[in-house]
Design a protein. Structure first.
Length: 549
């Protein structure tokens, strides 16, 4: 299944309704046998999506605010700690009070360690920085042991350590680039780190369900329908996290406000690209004309009005936003053929906009605890989108989300299949090094990744074959084709276009042929197309890509 094509109609509907709109429809016996986003395992994954992604967003906010000495820094740290506290009931329901207490001890202390790291960097205290980094490394080791033990090794310690180390590295990369004033790169790294949390929640929910399948009614968290729900959760919650932070920074006159606006544009572009792939350019343009001027831009105009104390301007912006909720709600109702009623969509949009405005209003008058409480409420609210819209789409196109039936058992005795453990595949390369590491295996390449015109290029064939994809080359057209699962990806040497499942789009840079005759492609571009997370270490030039399977 091409997930981009499946997501396209969904993304047109995003940011609409809380859980309950779809769930309120009576379920028939026939519907019970259909693919659905509403299973116990999918619910577990969605809960982890919410809590882990909020942890990342609040961690970055708390660290950067503390470094800036912002007045709301204590409120941000308090919200981060409350996020950890909110995880405890879920842990207790699975592993008892003792398990929850141990989780809380380890996790909450780790939040304090990152705060200590910020203070050390701000004071330029090398010894204190090393001490804080040592605490964070100790957390990675201790918490990975906890997860392995708690899940009965369904999530092995090595896999847990790999995921936790990547998360900590990504948080610190965002912070380091923020401190250096490289705001554009900081928020690109933010988006990568945010995406990683959803990879982690998929692996962790898979381990928990494999450990206690009966508790989750023998359902799975990695079905096509659950993947859709999670993908929607990621896109819409990232929109909220970026919007709230950008509005705060714009109000304060922060130097990174423009970079946050650019990051919001990237989030919008992800949606538009999927819409274009299904509805063509006209559909994508129609979406953007509704979404950008009176939603994204209007929120920035709202900040200006509040900052200037201009009641008339504020009222005018609110009128624009109200019209947006009505127009976009009607658009969604039409797009879904009434499966999501336009009135219900409009009501949900109004609630979302109200939460965003309340968050900024409270921030503007210095009620920081209230502002973060409103922000957290708004963040949680949009996680109903994945459930409600995902449910609507799965109902409309159920055949696209049906799982492959299990094979009929043979009459002869056979060993009981052992459920595969959730794994995280890691690919490691380094600038000017011919070594390629895939998990614990090392491959010797005949070329190296290079930095060219400010972009990192990696050898396509070795990367693709390292992750199990196949590569072919057409000499006549100078086309390179990559088959990765159900996706067919094509590039043309020295052309700034690419093909994804027969849909041609413009590429940010052209592939090149190096002196060894190997095709090199921009690292972040290929990683995003194949849904891999990427981490670049500027200190040693190493490149780490990860994907859960």
């Amino acid at each position: 299944m091409n997930i981009k094509k499946v997501l396209a109609p969904v993304l047109t509907l995003a940011l609409v309704a809380p859980a309950g709109i779809v769930a309120s429809t009576p379920v028939s016996a026939k519907a019970a046998a259909m693919a659905t986003v509403n299973t116990p395992a999918a619910e577990l994954r969605a809960s982890l999506d919410y809590l882990l992604s909020e942890h990342f967003a609040l961690a970055v906010t708390a660290m950067t605010k503390a470094y800036d000495g912002a007045k709301d820094a204590p409120a941000a740290l308090k919200a981060l700690d409350q996020n950890a506290v909110d995880m405890l009931p879920a842990i207790e329901s699975l592993y008892g009070k003792a398990g929850a207490d141990e989780f809380g001890r380890i996790f909450r202390a780790h939040n304090q360690s990152t705060d200590e790291l910020v203070k050390a960097v701000k004071m330029n205290n090398g010894d204190a920085k090393k001490a804080a980094e040592a605490k964070i490394s100790a957390f990675v080791d201790e918490f990975s042991s906890f997860l392995a033990t708690a899940t009965g090794n369904k999530l092995p310690k090595a896999a847990a350590m790999e995921a936790l180390r990547l998360h900590e590295d990504q948080v610190q990369q965002v912070f380091n680039e923020y401190v250096a004033g490289d705001y554009a790169d900081a928020y690109k790294a933010y988006r990568e780190g945010y995406k990683t949390m959803f990879t982690v929640s998929k692996a962790l929910s898979g381990a928990i369900v494999a450990q206690m399948p009966e508790k989750f009614a023998n359902t799975k968290p990695d079905t096509k329908a659950a993947d859709l729900r999670s993908a929607l959760n990621m896109l819409v919650s990232e929109h909220v996290s970026l919007a709230v932070l950008q509005m705060q920074k714009q109000f304060d006159g922060g130097k990174d406000s423009a970079s946050l606006i650019s990051a919001q544009g990237m989030n919008t572009a992800d949606w538009k690209a999927a819409i274009v792939s299904l509805y063509g350019n006209a559909g994508g343009e129609g979406f953007e004309k509704l979404w950008t001027p009176d939603h994204i831009n209007a929120q920035a105009d709202y900040v200006t009005a509040v900052k200037n104390g201009d009641a008339a301007a504020k009222q005018a912006v609110q009128a624009r936003i109200n019209k947006f909720t009505q127009d976009f709600g009607a658009f969604l109702g039409t797009a879904t053929g009434g499966n999501l009623p336009g009135a219900a969509a409009t009501d949900a949009l109004k609630k979302h906009e109200g939460q965003i405005q309340t968050t900024l209003d409270q921030y503007a008058v210095g009620n920081y605890d209230a502002s973060y409480a409103s922000s957290r409420e708004g963040f949680k609210f949009v996680f109903g989108v994945g459930q409600a819209l995902g449910g609507a789409i799965v109902t409309q196109m159920n055949d696209k989300f049906q799982e492959t039936p299990a094979p009929t058992p043979m009459p002869t005795p056979a060993p009981t299949p052992v459920p595969s453990e959730p794994t995280m595949t890691t690919v490691w390369m380094k600038l000017n090094s011919k070594q390629l590491k895939v998990n614990n295996s090392t491959i010797q390449m005949d070329t190296t990744p290079v930095m060219w015109k400010g972009m990192t290029y990696i050898p396509l064939r070795f990367l693709s074959e390292g992750i199990g994809a196949t590569v072919s080359y057409e000499n006549k057209t100078k086309a390179v084709w990559v088959m990765a699962g159900d996706n067919k990806l094509g590039f043309w040497v020295n052309k700034n276009s690419y093909s994804m499942n027969n849909v041609t789009s413009k590429a940010p840079a052209v592939p090149v042929i190096d002196k060894n005759g190997r095709t090199l492609v921009p690292m972040r571009f290929i990683a995003e197309l194949l849904n891999w997370n990427v981490m670049y270490n500027a200190k040693d030039g190493s490149i780490t890509l990860t994907s859960a399977s």
